[in-house]
Write a protein that binds this ligand. Structure first.
Ligand SMILES: [Fe+2]
Length: 572
């Protein structure tokens, strides 16, 4: 989802004062000592014509299991010649204690990315890895770890979403690199598809954060170049080198407000078929992200599960591409009717609209039922809780008068209400409607079906938590059945850089604390909301509770920043 942003003047971006990154580099001596391994890489004996391969995008690891993890890099020379490499996994940074190794290649066909599934590893163990190419080329060293098995006391996850490059520095990645998290999750919008100057508008972009390519990404080369821009970011490189990432895409890895058969920001007349764009975007995602493709024959499938012993099962969903039916993109229908007009409701609420699709829904039900873990945690794109606002408030853009009138009516005992107040509280006359049909709010039956499954989990003694991105704001929400029974909790993270509600409600007119208080008072299922700050979510799960630390960075317009933390917990 793209939150429409008014052009807000930003303070001038200071000169970058980038922190010096210390990414451990293997010593030349270590490389020379492995030259016997290297010689096995090449058949010709004139590998790369003597050139050293460049590892411009660092290394990454991802999708850890108890015995394996995906290792990723990008390597190329000044030519299109394949770069054959040896990969190594060791328990020490000098690679004296090798535990696994093999060969791979970065070729033109994969955009010079290379990915291996390093298997045969021990559970719950920290490892170091690197790639060696001919002529003593060596990648930075990455650190990763495998998942635990059996009784697990604690798991720490760093959760990200919405890292828009021109919107600012990825300080949230930097803060998380030293957080002690074992695994990073990225819930989507790892990249954005826009041309330079669109999102954010040029006036509020950070001067030093220039998009590449400058155009909207449409072609294979475009999508690769945009992913490369993000992987070249120093804070992104450091995060990927520090911990494994489990990632899912949202719309902007394709185009804004994407669904199965199209997107708000896709024009078949000028940009080719949606099927072709989807194929390119998904191909490049699998090339550039450290994901273990669940079905190499169908790169549109990314939903998959991860078990952290008997403590938690993490189910990473695709609510965006594989099964999503078309959502209303606007709060005005084709006849110009808006949420104040009851005739608008059928447009907004096609209750049976599918979000995950029947196949994924059945898979998720089976995974959650079969899992023996205490916590069933979903990694998901969009906000799931019932976030609905009275039409009277929504259509006046949260005017003070409309908010006051509604809250006064709500706080007045039924016997003392005026007819006008009764009307305000009558769902037929003043329905509650989402500000975004792109979220789960646009898919009520699909959500009811999932919440019914969550209620069954509760009966079976399991606990249900949802992690969400997309909204750019921070939320801690109750997940409730229509009768109000709570079946779980939602920790929804703020963006890494993309602007939140402060882009829609300028802070001068809507002080963030007042706005947050107003929204919380209007929406029953919101326990906590922050509407204006960027950062990441540090989730710590123990048998007794899921703790969400909302780690805010003080700035994204400078690479220097401080952090502050709000903490919310859910015991299940
Ligand atoms: Fe986003």
């Amino acid at each position: 989802m793209r939150i429409k942003q008014s052009v807000v003047e930003q303070p001038a971006a200071p000169e970058p004062t980038r922190r010096q990154f210390v990414i451990r580099m293997a010593s030349v001596a270590a490389v020379i000592s492995t030259s016997g391994v290297l010689s096995a890489c090449g058949a010709s004996g004139v590998e790369l014509n003597g050139e050293v391969a460049a590892f411009n995008y660092g290394v990454a690891s991802g999708d850890p299991l108890a015995d394996r993890v995906i290792l990723w890099t990008h390597a190329r020379t000044s030519t299109d010649q394949p770069v054959r490499m040896t990969w190594q996994v060791a328990t020490d940074t000098s690679f004296a204690a090798l535990v696994a190794s093999g060969t791979t290649a970065a070729t033109a066909d994969s955009g010079f990315t290379a990915k291996v599934d390093a298997a045969g590893l021990a559970a719950n163990t920290e490892y170091f890895y690197r790639f060696l190419a001919p002529n003593n080329s060596v990648s930075p060293v990455g650190r990763t770890r495998t998942l635990p098995v059996g009784n697990v006391a604690e798991v720490k996850l760093a959760v990200f979403s919405c890292s828009d490059y021109p919107a600012g520095y990825f300080n949230a990645y930097d803060a998380a690199s030293s957080s002690g998290a074992q695994v990073a999750l990225h819930l989507g919008d790892y990249i954005y598809e826009y041309k330079d100057g669109v999102y954010p508008p040029a006036a509020s972009a950070v001067a030093a954060r220039i998009s590449a390519p400058a155009n909207e990404i449409v072609t294979l080369a475009d999508y690769r170049a945009r992913h490369a821009l993000h992987k070249a970011d120093p804070y992104a490189k450091a995060l990927h080198a520090r911990m494994p990432m489990i990632a899912i895409w949202d719309d902007h890895e394709f185009a804004n407000n994407a669904w199965m058969d199209g997107a708000e920001n896709h024009d078949p007349a000028t940009q080719g078929t949606w099927a072709a764009r989807k194929a390119i975007a998904s191909r490049v995602y699998h090339e550039w992200m450290p994901i273990r493709s669940p079905d190499p024959a169908n790169l549109l499938k990314i939903y998959r599960s991860f078990d952290f012993g008997n403590l938690l099962s993490l189910h990473m969903l695709d609510t965006r591409i594989i099964g999503r039916e078309h959502q209303p993109d606007r709060t005005v229908d084709a006849q110009g009717r808006d949420v104040a007009d009851p005739a608008f409701l059928p447009y907004a609420f096609n209750r049976s609209r599918q979000l995950m699709g029947a196949t994924q829904q059945a898979w998720l039900d089976a995974q959650m039922t079969a899992s023996k873990a205490t916590w069933q945690i979903l990694g998901n794109q969009t906000v799931m809780a019932r976030i609905v606002l009275p039409a009277s408030v929504l259509t006046t853009n949260l005017s003070t008068a409309s908010v006051t009138a509604y809250l006064t009516a709500k706080g007045t005992p039924a016997a003392q209400r005026t007819p006008a107040q009764d009307d305000l509280l009558n769902p037929a006359r003043n329905p509650k409607i989402s500000y975004s049909f792109d979220s789960w709010e646009g898919y009520p039956d699909a959500r009811d079906q999932l919440f019914a499954a969550a209620a069954k989990l509760k009966t079976a003694g399991k606990k249900f938590v949802v992690l969400s991105g997309d909204s750019h704001n921070a939320w801690f929400n109750k997940l409730t059945l229509s009768d109000g029974t709570q079946v779980g909790a939602e920790f929804a993270g703020m963006s890494v850089t993309s602007s939140g509600f402060e882009g829609v409600f300028p802070p001068a007119a809507f002080p963030p604390a007042t706005l947050a208080g107003t929204i919380k008072a209007l929406v029953d299922d919101i326990a906590y909301i922050d509407t204006s700050r960027r950062g990441y979510l540090l989730i710590t799960v123990t048998p007794g509770q899921a703790k969400g630390e909302y780690v805010y960075v003080s700035s994204v317009t400078s690479s220097s920043y401080a952090t502050s933390v709000d903490t919310l917990t859910y015991a299940g």
